[in-house]
Design a protein around this ligand. Structure first.
Ligand SMILES: Cc1cc2nc3c(=O)[nH]c(=O)nc-3n(C[C@H](O)[C@H](O)[C@H](O)COP(=O)(O)OP(=O)(O)OC[C@H]3O[C@@H](n4cnc5c(N)ncnc54)[C@H](O)[C@@H]3O)c2cc1C
Length: 315
């Protein structure tokens, strides 16, 4: 591969794209990463409201595979990750739940710095035909990547297309609240996971978690409630969240608020392969959390696989 120009382009600097960049660097391949947002992390997102920082999307990640465990250990040694808790129930279940430090964007940021890839933040890829590397890795949610590939004239063959089009995504509405005082009944580590609750899925106090300097709640509605309330005005959604959160942590005294509708919160079912490849010039690889395993760890594994495959194809 060439010494002067990048060999592989990665679209997206979430955990999938960052993992791919990291593996490419291990393989001695130069990568160029394009990211629409001004910060990396994708759905491992941060949000600032009135100067207060929130973990906005993913709240924690697991490290089940030995490769991810070892890498997250290295990130922790560099101060970019730490164990948040060993369980959200009354008694710890022993499994580590990790968080980024200072916030959830830190892991992707750390991987990108380690990879020494050229990263273009705030630059959206609109047409893949303008990219001149022999390989491209697409990491946005499948419908977004598929639309980009198709409008660029690189529609996948019908067997791959059918597979990609079959993936559906759950939605999550997130409500962010700046609080005027600490919530009454929040666990000291600052997280409540609600597995079977019909209304809420997660409540985080970003101050207790160590993300913000004052009490600030991230409330994720359940997928069912998110679907029901999706088209409602923000004020109705905030009222709903305040009422439901009160049942878990007592009434809260809220100031500023913000509502986000995450259209792609997670796949309903995943595609069995870790990533898919088509086309020859350029080779296209699609990867992300909807391949093989969902969530942050699944996305990481998919990014690693995509990097391995693209190098195999273009070498
Ligand atoms: C509300 C919510 C809560 C969640 N909670 C958890 C949790 O607690 N634990 C967990 O493990 N997982 C959780 N997840 C899932 C987890 O966040 C995702 O699985 C993971 O972050 C996906 O990473 P990714 O890199 O595949 O995709 P993304 O993070 O979406 O990254 C794709 C990136 O591509 C960029 N992009 C898209 N199009 C273009 C373009 N044309 N040009 C340039 N850039 C582009 C996007 O801006 C984005 O940054 C949650 C998700 C949401 C939304």
């Amino acid at each position: 591969m060439s010494n002067s120009s990048p060999d592989i382009t990665i679209v997206g600097a979430g955990i999938t794209g960052a993992a791919a960049a990291y593996r490419l660097s291990q393989l001695g391949v130069r990568a160029e990463v394009y990211e629409t947002s001004l910060i990396p992390g994708g759905r491992m997102a941060r949000f600032e409201l009135s100067g207060v920082v929130f973990d906005h999307g993913a709240q924690f990640f697991t490290t089940r595979s030995s490769e991810f465990q070892s890498l997250v250990g290295d990130a922790a040694n560099d101060g970019a990750a730490q164990v948040w808790t060993h369980g959200f129930g009354d008694t710890p279940d022993g499994y580590e739940r990790w968080r980024g430090v200072p916030d959830m964007t830190a892991l992707a940021d750390w991987l990108l710095r380690k990879s020494e890839a050229t990263v273009h933040l705030g630059e959206s890829v609109e047409d893949l035909r303008h990219i001149d590397t022999p390989g491209i890795i697409l990491t946005a949610p499948i419908p977004v990547s598929l639309s980009l590939a198709t409008t660029s004239g690189f529609k996948p063959p019908s067997n791959i297309l059918d597979q990609l089009e079959s993936v559906e995504y759950k939605r999550t509405v997130a409500v962010l609240l700046v609080l005027n005082q600490q919530p009454l009944a929040m666990p000291p580590m600052g997280g409540i996971q609600l597995i079977d609750d019909p209304c809420l899925a997660f409540i985080t106090d970003n101050q207790a978690k160590g993300v913000s300097s004052i009490p600030a709640l991230t409330i994720h509605l359940s997928n069912e409630a998110s679907l029901d309330l999706w088209d409602q005005p923000d004020e109705i959604i905030v009222e709903f969240a305040l009422k439901k959160v009160g049942a878990h942590i007592g009434d809260v005294d809220a100031g500023d608020h913000s509502v986000t509708r995450w259209r792609y919160a997670g796949p309903v079912d995943v595609i069995p392969e870790f990533s898919v490849v088509w086309n020859e010039q350029p080779t296209l690889v699609m990867a992300g959390e909807a391949f093989n395993g969902p969530k942050v760890e699944g996305a990481f594994n998919s990014g690693i696989d995509a990097a391995n495959k693209v190098v195999e194809c273009v070498s």
